[in-house]
Design a protein around this ligand. Structure first.
Ligand SMILES: Nc1ncnc2c1ncn2[C@@H]1O[C@H](COP(=O)(O)OP(=O)(O)O)[C@@H](O)[C@H]1O
Ligand SMILES: [Mg+2]
Length: 266
């Protein structure tokens, strides 16, 4: 328990003056992220929304250590990150489970040094958390889209990362499964107390889940606005306050006079 506490205090994520370009096929530099500055508190849930191609995945990959920045730094608790680490787990839109391994083997991938009993216990614990108990011996092909994504979440959680980086994790799911998964994420967060950074193109999802929503500009991606969601939990998607926040964010994606933020305040 003591060890757990220390780990959960790993500290704030700080992104400072982060920029990134890619070289295109015709040798042009494509500026993708420009001077991104963002801090995420320990245990906070931050959602990132922005047009397709504005650099959201690139930003998460840089934080995960899977991609290098051209300029700027990413640090956690004052320690500058230089590559991937067990403190950060990433979940992608597609589940990326290995089809030739069982769900249990997928979840415990990377724990080769463990005994079978240890791995069984890890897999059992996290599959229960994502409501997949009973599917440890199944193969990914036997699971629905929602179940596979749950397994991918279990796999990311099994390494007990302090921070989860979620890149449109429910983007490929049907609307009802997605709502189920969002509730699941809230439960997991309550239990695990991890920091969560989620890219989503679903503004309702962002308002439902996040403490703050970061709105990015079109490429090159910059931070355009940060909206603090001050709604009590559990959040009610049908409430006027909820609609106000949705509109408050959506307005960034409209032309000037198209749709205004409703007048009422909360
Ligand atoms: N490895 C890469 N090489 C070249 N261009 C890339 C690479 N990764 C992403 N890009 C380009 O960078 C831009 C941002 O990509 P991405 O971060 O995936 O955007 P988003 O997730 O916001 O849709 C896109 O124009 C994409 O084509
Ligand atoms: Mg993306």
């Amino acid at each position: 328990m003591g060890k757990e506490k220390v780990k959960r205090m790993a500290g704030e994520l700080l992104i400072e003056h982060l920029s990134k370009s890619f070289m295109t096929a015709d040798k042009q530099a494509l500026s993708v992220l420009e001077d991104i500055n963002l801090s995420v508190e320990n245990g906070e849930f931050v959602a990132i929304v922005g047009h397709s191609g504005c650099g959201k995945s690139t930003l998460l990959k840089i934080i995960a250590g899977l991609e290098d920045a051209d300029a700027g730094t990413v640090s956690i608790g004052g320690r500058i990150l230089t590559g991937p680490g067990p403190d950060r787990g990433m979940i992608f839109q597609e589940h990326r489970l290995l089809p030739w391994l069982t769900i249990e083997q997928n979840v415990t991938l990377g724990f080769e040094g463990n005994t079978r009993k240890e791995n069984f216990e890890i897999s059992d614990r996290y599959l229960k958390l994502v409501k997949l108990e009973g599917f440890a011996k199944a193969y990914p092909a036997e699971l629905s889209g929602g179940m596979s994504q749950r397994a991918a979440i279990a796999r990311a959680l099994a390494t007990d990362p302090q921070m989860l980086l979620l890149d449109e994790p429910f983007g490929a799911l049907d609307a009802l499964t997605k709502i189920e998964m969002q509730k699941e994420i809230i439960k997991i967060r309550r239990e695990n107390r991890s920091t969560m950074l989620m890219v989503t193109h679903d503004i309702e999802e962002a308002v439902y889940l996040a403490d703050r929503v970061v709105v990015m500009t079109s490429r090159p991606g910059k931070v355009k606005d940060i909206v603090k969601i001050e709604l009590a939990e559990p959040r009610n998607r049908g409430s006027a306050d909820f609609a106000w926040y949705k509109q408050r964010i959506l307005v960034h994606f409209f032309d000037d006079d198209e749709e205004k933020i409703p007048e009422f305040t909360i």
